[in-house]
Design a protein. Structure first.
Length: 480
């Protein structure tokens, strides 16, 4: 059971709070993971009374939680924890009212979860301090993106750091809360089978793909300024790359794990100038069909400029320039309105030195993060019958079945508990965020200097053809 605390959710009427945070907290309550004394306060500009907010939160929670997991009686019990406080986060005086509402409870842990636009981060932190709500027992959680460039990330980190010590800042990336992502470390560092071959001498190339069938939904205003690089690759995909490429930490704690991840980011070979034309691909979806439904082109989406050249797809050939990975290409890709929803990491091993059989193939380790979480190792085996006809077979580990899970923990459930307990292992440190931007910024600059419109791809496809050519140059193909 968790520690006692107050959980303050700024942006409490937004999609993140209603679709992810409240359902996650409901599950933690239902599973008796929350201390009975944990209080949840949603804050937003809308002038709602408590009953109106509870009705709003219940409607969204019912839509997000599986029908079998939602019980009205449990919700009523959970709702006793939940309250709402109208607040304009830009007004310092509003935080004085908030402090009065919370009352003086010295030493009580307060978690300030900023599910807001990043432009509000600095104001909220400053106002919390002026109202006496940023004491030693308080913590702050920042949602990505942390800025839109290295300079803006530095400004945000500096402003937050003036109020909160680094040990009390939790920069969240929900991908790090996924069970299979954490199993990457167990797979590598708890099994003698993989560690000796987890290196350039045995691995041919690595693919990290995050594909979405959804478009931009109601985020057109934000997404048209961000694009796939800032929205997904700079954070989610680079975090996955770090876990694949990092060295074994001296111990499993926040300082050691995050220190090894920073080393990977610092070892990424820069992609600058004309290199962006050879090692990156930008795409933007055009009209198409997904799931039997017509889908409009990106530039016809709500709150998107009709002449927008924002990328909805990006693929990058990266290289970790260190002893373990020198010469091994890492291919990263992510996009919206693609043929299927999936997140996969694929390590392709080098072929055997001498191919005895004509139809021999390489081995692969496929780590699936969604829609299901599983790990499979592709091996070659002889098919039944006469002759040495080889076919690929898979050794599968379905994590839900292996541990007899009836329901998988959602990433936010685990991460919210970690914040309450003060465990920052699965969160990004300041230098991590800045190192990621240090690598991404030259790519963004290269796109500006050597302008080329995003390559079009039909909605419901696998992305632009140029993304396939990125691998074909070395004789590889994207894993399907």
């Amino acid at each position: 059971m968790s520690t006692s605390c107050d959980m303050l959710v700024f942006g409490g009427t937004g999609d993140l709070a209603l679709h992810k945070l409240i359902p996650a907290l409901y599950h933690l309550h239902r599973d008796r993971r929350l201390n009975p004394d944990v209080r949840i306060l949603a804050l937003a500009r809308q002038e709602l009374d408590r009953d109106a907010y509870l009705a709003l939160a219940e409607r969204h929670c019912r839509a997000q939680v599986a029908q079998a997991d939602f019980q009205s009686e449990t919700w009523r019990d959970f709702a006793q924890r939940l309250d709402y406080f109208p607040l304009d986060a830009t007004q310092r005086s509003e935080f004085v009212r908030l402090a009065h509402h919370l009352g003086q409870q010295d030493g009580r842990i307060r978690v300030h979860y900023l599910a807001t636009a990043p432009r509000l981060f600095r104001d909220i932190a400053s106002h919390l301090e002026s109202a006496g709500l940023a004491g030693q027992a308080s913590r702050i959680v920042l949602e990505k993106p942390i800025g839109h460039s290295l300079d803006s990330a530095l400004e945000i980190n500096e402003a937050i750091g003036q109020v909160f010590a680094e040990s009390r800042i939790y920069r969240i990336d929900h991908y790090l809360g996924k069970e299979t992502v954490q199993n990457l470390m167990a797979l590598r560092f708890a099994n003698a089978l993989f560690e000796p071959i987890w290196r350039a001498g045995h691995i041919e190339h690595v693919q990290i793909s995050v594909s979405e069938t959804l478009g931009i939904e109601n985020r057109g205003g934000y997404y048209d300024q961000a694009g796939a690089m800032r929205d997904m690759l700079q954070n989610h995909l680079l975090q996955l790359l770090c876990l694949i490429a990092m060295e074994a930490p001296g111990r499993f704690d926040a300082k050691s794990v995050r220190g090894e991840k920073v080393k990977v980011l610092e070892a990424l070979k820069p992609i600058t100038g004309m290199d962006v034309l050879d090692k990156t691909v930008r795409g933007q979806y055009t009209a198409g069909r997904i799931g039997g439904h017509d889908v409009p082109a990106y530039y016809f989406e709500k709150n998107v400029d009709n002449d927008s050249d924002t990328e909805t797809f990006v693929a990058v050939q990266a290289e970790v320039d260190n002893w373990r990975w020198a010469g091994v290409p890492f291919y990263l890709r992510t996009g919206k309105r693609l043929a299927k929803k999936s997140s996969e990491i694929v390590l392709t091993f080098k072929p055997v030195p001498h191919m005895l059989f004509q139809n021999g193939q390489v081995n692969r380790l496929v780590i699936r993060l969604q829609p299901e979480e599983s790990i499979s190792l592709q091996l070659m085996a002889k098919a039944p019958g006469k002759g040495m006809q080889l076919e690929p077979v898979e050794l599968d580990l379905n994590l839900a079945q292996a541990f007899h899970q009836t329901r998988r923990w959602e990433a936010y459930e685990r991460l919210l508990l970690d914040v309450i307990e003060g465990d920052s292992t699965l969160f990004m440190r300041r230098d991590e965020v800045e190192a990621a931007w240090h690598w991404v910024d030259p790519i963004l600059k290269g796109w500006q200097e050597h302008y080329r419109k995003p390559r079009p791809y039909p909605a419901g496809s696998d992305g632009p053809e140029q993304a396939h050519q990125l691998l074909e140059r070395k004789g590889f193909r994207w894993w399907q």
